[in-house]
Design a protein around this ligand. Structure first.
Ligand code: GTP
Ligand code: MG
Length: 549
């Protein structure tokens, strides 16, 4: 199945998004995974002992480490490139950071003036340039971006099976250890800025940076958590007294969030080292501040008062950890959707990656036997400590993996991929809603083209934005992809020709969509594929019955 990669194919694999970023929380060897809260706590603490340094392009790694070790021992370090050379250095002790800050000066800039903000993001200068020959060692940089379309295509075509293709795609796109560290460090640096107003605040990553479905280059969602502050003083009232802070009141929680994000947005814009392009999007359903963190290359979305989203991330993390097929399938479906422009980095009527992930989870709950349990079942396994109520919504589910029995289903990824496309190619979207809480279709409570129940705020639809035409495009592509995989099954015994196959073939431009832009014709072709697929299936069932017989 070796094959050279045609140029059109490489161009079709639009896997752009932004380049950089990564981090994987799971272990690939099947060892028990850590609880979500444990991972968050450890990584956060690690990030607080870590600094980010912009380095000269030519530097001696040995001398650099020796110089920094004056401030304390170094646990870990790595370099990466992003418009210059950067080092991420993790000290063993938090005190080392303070010691380094003590000997660091604010630059004098000649005609411009510096805002003297003392952060953990530094600029290293050499007093005299390095002697080129003797001291310059080559620095190994850790890659922070996803593979090029061409490279991915080559890897997929060289794989041994469709299962191998899906696992290869996962391996190449998942966040690396270094990228994860960089994500937690970036949150920690933003927390330092926010702490100017709220000294005990926490800035937590959520979404695909932590839910185990993040692809290298995905955005960094973070939220400003002020509730932790409340917990510190858990009303240890003695006697008859109870102390409260004098505060300003505003008419609603939403207005409070907007005011807080507004000042933090200002702060990031004016004082945040490396924060550029700050936009305050405060009138959105979920108010946010969007900016680029130049040094890490991350596109960041900072929200506040968003605990339910963090809980959703934890739920996806658990689903991703329960069975090794889940992440492989989700990554491939996300890439497939991106390659066909079903998803986009621009908000609009498109399906989101979050919705796609929930659709895959639902599909895996519908297998026989199920590969994933329903959310209601995870709730029944919860103990008192797992209880969680956020803004009146019951967000309780078991968080200990050991209490969830593994699935007895042994279906291959190849089969699941094919069945996924068939299942959603034929799903009654016009009357049914996707519901992972109960793991079965429900009647749609409202008329949005695509209805996926929000797992925690159950009266909401997470795909309310999706238009009928985008849904139809998804259905057409799903049918076409099922068709391609079935055709390959049929041709399997014929000698391998020099054609892209399996997952690689699915990432090519769609035949149905490119054949004609005329709506009618597209519909005809989609219907035709559906009918053809059904006839192939019924004849192959007959054949297998005949053979077995
Ligand atoms: P990518 O950024 O596309 O890689 O995936 P993501 O999962 O991070 O999605 P996104 O950045 O759009 O959103 C971040 C998180 O916010 C998601 O993981 C969800 O937990 C939550 N979220 C996103 N969209 C919705 C929605 O429509 N409803 C609800 N309740 N939560 C959402
Ligand atoms: Mg995201």
């Amino acid at each position: 199945r070796l094959l050279s990669c045609p140029g059109t194919v490489a161009a079709a694999l639009g896997t752009e998004e932004q380049s950089s970023g990564s981090a994987e929380t799971g272990s690939e060897d099947g060892a028990p995974k850590k609880r979500f809260s444990e991972v968050q706590k450890e990584r956060r603490e690690q990030a607080q002992r870590t600094v980010l340094i912009h380095c000269p392009n030519k530097i001696s790694e040995k001398k650099f480490l020796k110089y920094l070790s004056q401030h304390g021992s170094i646990n870990n370090h790595f370099f990466y490139e992003s418009f210059g050379l950067y080092a991420v250095v993790e000290f063993s002790q938090k005190e080392s950071v303070a010691s380094l800050q003590k000997v660091t000066r604010t630059p004098s800039l000649g005609t411009e003036a510096a805002i003297p903000f003392r952060s953990r993001y530094f600029n290293l200068k050499l007093k005299t340039p390095l002697n080129q020959t003797s001291e310059q060692s080559s620095i190994q940089c850790r890659n922070q971006s996803s593979p090029s379309s061409k490279k991915l295509f080559e890897l997929l075509c060289c794989a041994e099976s469709v299962d191998d293709q899906l696992n290869t795609l996962l391996r190449e796109f998942q966040l690396t250890e270094e990228n994860t560290k960089l994500r937690y460090l970036t949150c920690s640096l933003i927390e330092d800025v926010a702490a100017a107003y709220f000294p005990d605040c926490t800035v937590r990553p959520f979404g695909s940076s932590v839910n185990s479905f993040g692809k290298l280059g995905c955005d960094l969602d973070m939220f400003l958590d002020l509730d932790e502050i409340e917990k510190f003083g858990t009303h240890k009232a003695s006697g008859n007294f109870l102390m409260e802070f004098q505060v300003k009141n505003v008419p609603s929680e939403r207005i409070a969030t907007q005011k807080i994000l507004s000042v933090i947005g200002e702060c990031l814009e004016h004082f945040g080292p490396g924060c550029v392009g700050v936009q305050k999007i405060l009138n959105a359903r979920c108010p946010l501040v969007r900016f680029s963190h130049q040094a890490s290359g991350f596109q960041c979305d900072l929200t506040a008062n968003n605990r339910i989203a963090l809980k959703s991330s934890e739920l996806l993390y658990i689903y991703g950890a329960l069975d090794s097929r889940v992440r492989a399938l989700v990554f491939s479906i996300r890439c497939w959707a991106r390659a066909h422009s079903l998803t986009s980095s621009i908000p609009g009527a498109w399906i989101t990656n979050f919705s796609l992930t929930v659709m895959v989870i639902f599909f895996l709950q519908r297998r026989s036997p199920p590969i994933l349990p329903t959310l209601d079942y995870l709730k029944t396994l919860a103990d008192a400590e797992d209880k969680c109520l956020i803004e009146g919504h019951n967000c309780t589910f078991v968080r200990d993996f050991n209490r969830i029995k593994p699935s007895g289903n042994a279906e291959t990824l190849e089969l699941l991929l094919k069945e996924f496309f068939e299942y959603f190619g034929n799903f009654a979207f016009n009357k049914n809603s996707i519901n992972i809480r109960q793991g079965r279709e429900q009647n749609k409570p409202e008329s949005s083209p695509l209805h996926i129940q929000n797992p925690f705020e159950t009266s909401l639809n997470i795909s309310k934005n999706v238009s009928q035409s985008q849904l139809q495009k998804f259905i057409d592509l799903a049918r076409e992809s099922a068709w391609i995989l079935h055709q390959e099954d049929k041709d399997r015994l014929s000698p391998s020709n020099n054609q892209p196959w399996g997952l690689a073939a699915l990432l090519l431009p769609s035949v149905a969509n490119s054949m004609s832009l005329a709506k009618k014709k597209k519909k005809t072709s989609s219907e035709r594929i559906k009918n053809l697929l059904e006839s192939i299936k019924s004849s192959s069932t007959e054949n297998s019955t005949a053979t077995n017989g």
